[in-house]
Ligand binder design. Structure first.
Ligand SMILES: [Zn+2]
Length: 459
């Protein structure tokens, strides 16, 4: 079973979709269609007509394109020297699929296995029929090779390898959304190996696909209860307190990063938004690209910020997009939602200018119904969401315990103290502990975590 990522994370990624789709599509010849349909039976048989395919909007065209990408994929045979390569697939992905799957069947939209974001499934063990849900065809988030990797994931299920409950990370609590370890060599190990080999060893993979493969790979790594790299798949952007340096920090090591002198950096899961302090428009810093590049601002908050005329812009301080919490934090107000049911943001104005905002979870408020703000003159406010999204504001004592920033990083509550020290709350001792790599280092700011891996440095 393969589920598409749901929740706010997906919403915040929507801007990434346009890039791969702009390419012009040519007809797929009948000969090409035959070359990929010959090994399989299709249900209904009309899913793959033996004819030239010229309409990219049809399910036939989409599926044949994915199968062709897999069949024509050329990989350098050198194995990867890391845990991504569990040596399940070899270099002939097409052969792997053909050996395990006999029938590719379109599932009915009503099938219970296609609910809640499922894209594909097989029924029980030793069943060589692969079912594709309607979402597999309509989804525009997964790239061509991303969807090809889903076929390989399902092919692994034909040999067994069921999933288990996710115990940590972005997918925590998802039943059947994870495997225990990558060494179990289950379906997520296949997803990971496929994505990593296409990314790092693919010889004929277009650059637009590579950019998305990095994201798919990092997301795939979220699907193991034991972290594959020893750390999570995210990083923070830290700036030295003296303004001299800036870094990516993955929890283990600091990596030098580009420094911005007069800009606020806010993160939103896949990349960073740079908000210049001179009132110019915000833009995206795409840190997963081989050479970090700049692009128009992405994500609802930065776009809304840019839509306001320069004279009326209130500085965008932060984007919160974490489970039930979604908020654009500006210097003089919040535009925020709380809970998955809310569809419209509430504008919350505070009596003082805002310095930073925290969620209930970050200040360990178990009611989970509030945001908390520090004002520039160090007063604290609670913004509590009641019935119908009505918000009550009250002044409170410091709920942070002396932190200027708090967020969850690699599943740990992590914070930057007012002195500039980055600490995490140790799960077992319930004590704040330093990161060994950051001894004697002081930072003036940290973003919330965004998807990143040192494996992509220079790649
Ligand atoms: Zn699965």
């Amino acid at each position: 079973m393969f589920f598409r990522l749901l929740s706010g994370i997906l919403l915040s990624l929507l801007t990434f979709q346009g890039q791969a789709q702009a390419q012009t599509s040519a007809c797929i010849s009948r000969t090409q269609v035959q070359s990929v349909s010959e090994p399989f039976q299709f249900f209904p048989a009309t899913l793959i007509p033996q004819a030239d395919l010229c309409d990219p909007q049809t399910d036939s065209y989409k599926l044949v394109s994915i199968l062709l990408a897999l069949k024509n994929l050329r990989l350098d045979e050198a194995p990867l020297d890391n845990r991504y390569d569990q040596k399940i697939l070899g270099s002939d992905f097409w052969g792997y699929l053909k050996e395990r799957v006999q029938t590719i069947s379109k599932s009915s939209p009503e099938a219970s296995s296609c609910q809640n974001g499922a894209m594909a499934y097989v029924e029980g063990e030793a069943n060589s029929t692969l079912f594709l849900c309607p979402l597999y065809f309509t989804d525009t988030y997964y790239s061509l090779y991303g969807k090809a990797s889903i076929l390989l994931h399902e092919a692994r299920h034909t040999e067994g390898y069921p999933h288990t409950m996710c115990l940590a990370g972005n997918k925590v609590g998802s039943t059947g959304g994870c495997d225990e370890t990558i060494e179990d060599r289950g379906s997520y190990a296949v997803s990971t190996e496929a994505l990593a080999k296409i990314l790092f060893r693919g010889k004929n993979v277009p650059p637009t696909e590579r950019a998305k493969l990095k994201i798919h790979l990092l997301e795939s790594l979220e699907s193991f209860n034991e972290p594959v790299n020893g750390v999570g798949n995210t990083a923070l952007y830290l700036q030295d307190v003296d303004g001299k340096g800036a870094y990516f920090f993955d929890g283990l090591k600091l990596y030098s990063a580009k420094k911005f002198d007069r800009a606020q950096i806010v993160s939103r899961y896949v990349n960073l938004q740079v908000v210049p302090k001179n009132g110019m428009k915000a833009f995206s810093w795409e840190v997963l690209q081989s050479q970090s590049t700049f692009a128009p601002a992405a994500g609802a908050c930065a776009k809304a910020y840019n839509d306001v005329s320069a004279a009326k812009r209130s500085p965008l301080l932060e984007v919160i997009d974490d489970g039930i919490y979604f908020a654009c934090v500006y210097e003089n107000h919040l535009s925020a939602r709380l809970g998955y049911e809310m569809t419209e943001d509430v504008i919350i104005k505070l009596p003082k200018k805002i310095k930073a905002v925290f969620t209930s979870d970050e200040v360990k408020d178990s009611e989970r119904d509030s945001y908390y703000a520090i004002s520039v003159d160090n007063e604290f406010y609670r913004m509590r969401f009641g019935e119908n999204g009505k918000v009550t504001i009250s002044k409170v004592a410091d709920p942070t315990g002396g932190f200027k920033h708090l967020f969850f990083f690699n599943s740990d509550l992590t914070g930057l103290t007012n002195q500039g020290v980055l600490l995490k709350l140790d799960f077992e001792s319930n004590q704040w502990v330093p990161f060994p790599a950051l001894r004697d280092r002081y930072f003036k700011s940290s973003t919330r975590p965004f998807l990143w891996s040192s494996d992509f440095q220079g790649f």
